[in-house]
Design a protein around this ligand. Sequence first.
Ligand code: MD3
Ligand code: FE
Length: 214
Amino acid sequence: MSFELFDGLDPPTEEVLADGAVLLRGHTLASAPQLLAEMRAVTEQAPWRHLVTPGGFTMSVAMSNCGRQGWVSDRHGYRYSACDPLSGLPWPAMPALFAQLAREAAARAGYADFDPDACLINRYAVGAKLSLHQDKDERALGQPIVSVSLGLPAVFLFGTDRRTDRPRKHRLQHGDVVVWGGPSRLAFHGIEPLPLGDHLLTGRFRYNLTFRKV
Ligand code: MD3
Ligand code: FE
């Protein structure tokens, strides 16, 4: 392990947030610039958009996808689609670096052979938030979800499988990777409105990659 990358920062640690949820702090700091470059290439092909929920609200988070399936929402509902509704073309392929990172992080948390077919890419500008929700549009609920945080930090809300249980708050920052499996897979979760900030690599934005097996 080389330590100069972590000068002035906390060293990488592994923290169990709940049964099945493992936070790998700083796990992807070293590859963050390359991840951001790959993300930019994806969003040149499948541009950022603000999806509309079935209830008619426009989401404050901008989204794109890569991989064989992408998550989409419109007035008809939430679903996965093999094609980008904006272009009618298949989503850009998942970069090899993305797939490797997701697989390796899942293995570290105890899930061997994670082979995601979808990567949802979220972009938060100041004030953007994600209300408390469950991720249950996937059939493979036995598979974990792996999330990667890049850029500005955010407050993550992590509840239980009951919406009314008060969620705990965790700060997710640049380079953090979280694996959500087992009993945590159906936990309610969300992101508080993004505070204003300026990050060396991402400016005024926070990005999150979530890897899923649909
Ligand atoms: C806990 N994204 O895209 S990542 C989402 O930071 C989403 O953009 C947030 O929630 C973000 O659906 C949170 C952390 C996360 C992702 C999926 C989970 C936590 C999860 C699935 C189950 C439980
Ligand atoms: Fe989610």
